[in-house]
Design a protein around this ligand. Structure first.
Ligand code: T3D
Length: 264
């Protein structure tokens, strides 16, 4: 894992390129620790997640699930409790991304498969390189979508497309993903890194308390009735209205100048 702080942006790069950045326990731990330090630091106001090499992430490292390495007479793959690995690693990761009170930009630099696709979609704003592909690879190996994929996909693209993607495991291009509303924008491959860095910087320079409250509002919307959501907006707007960034935003508007937000 490569972790670099550029100003107020923490850039996290999944870095197991020979395995297409597939997850193993060490990468899970490093990612968990990096996101935790982003959560704890007031100096970090946005996170940028991307991958090294030609992939974003190919999901679980399947070499750690190799049934051919079982001792004679046993089948460790069949007895391995995948529910436990979800509970230990993948579910906390999704919860961490969704509850982080800072914007998380994901730059999908190449293929995103299985839990790798789910992790990308769990981020707040997803950009992709034109050559990237999204693959719900789970059914190719007899699994179900995880890491929040079965919850996010139908909400993002509707049940028909979600079932098609999940049951066929057909790859879709970045352009298709953007057309379907799965992701925000597509950039030419050689532009992705600079565009993603610029967006993360722009968000980090923004009213990040307000952005975090907006994130909370949007994430609650699909579960709430309109009445509940109106109540939530009232509560969140009350908090936003008490930030220094709100006072600065209004003052800057009235002064006809650009605001200087501090995330307070
Ligand atoms: O187990 C649990 O804890 C439950 C949780 C599950 C979550 C999941 O994510 S399940 C889904 C796991 N992921 C997959 O099934 C995807 C497997 N990979 C692929 O289908 C393909 O690699 C891709 C479609 C992503 C890319 O295809 P391609 O042709 O561009 O590349 P490649 O040649 O298949 O892969 C390049 C190398 O990366 C290759 O190694 P090699 O031959 O050069 O030494 C390949 O084995 C390795 N690699 C790719 N994905 C994985 C991987 N190694 C381990 N695990 C992988 N997931």
């Amino acid at each position: 894992m490569l972790v670099v702080q550029h100003g107020a942006v923490l850039q996290i790069t999944l870095n197991r390129p020979a395995r297409l950045n597939a997850f193993n326990p060490a990468m899970h731990s490093a990612l968990h620790n990096s996101l935790q330090s982003a959560a704890d630091s007031t100096a970090i106001r946005a996170v940028l997640l991307t991958g090294a090499g030609r992939a974003f992430c190919a999901g679980q490292d399947l070499s750690e699930r190799d049934p051919r390495q079982n001792s004679p007479g046993s089948n460790a793959t069949l007895t391995h409790d995948l529910g436990k690995t979800l509970e230990t690693y993948y579910n906390p990761l999704v919860r961490r991304l969704r509850s982080l009170e800072k914007p998380v930009v994901c730059a999908v630099n190449g293929v995103a498969a299985g839990a790798g696709a789910s992790v990308a979609l769990a981020c707040d704003i997803v950009l992709a390189a034109r050559s990237a592909r999204f693959i719900q690879a789970f059914s190719r190996i007899g699994l179900v979508p995880d890491t929040g994929g079965s919850w996010l996909l139908p909400r993002l693209v509707g049940e028909a497309r979600a079932k098609g993607l999940i049951m066929t495991a057909e790859p879709i291009s970045a352009e298709q993903a953007a057309d379907w509303g799965l992701i925000w924008r597509v950039f030419d491959d050689d532009q992705l890194a600079s565009e993603a860095a610029a967006l993360a910087q722009r968000l980090a320079d923004g009213p990040t308390r307000g952005l975090a409250l907006s994130k909370a509002a949007i994430q609650s919307a699909s579960e709430n009735s309109l009445d509940q959501q109106l109540d939530l907006e009232r509560d969140l707007q009350r908090k936003a209205g008490q930030t220094l960034d709100y006072a600065e935003g209004v003052a800057a508007f009235l002064d006809k100048r650009s605001p200087i937000f501090t995330g307070q």
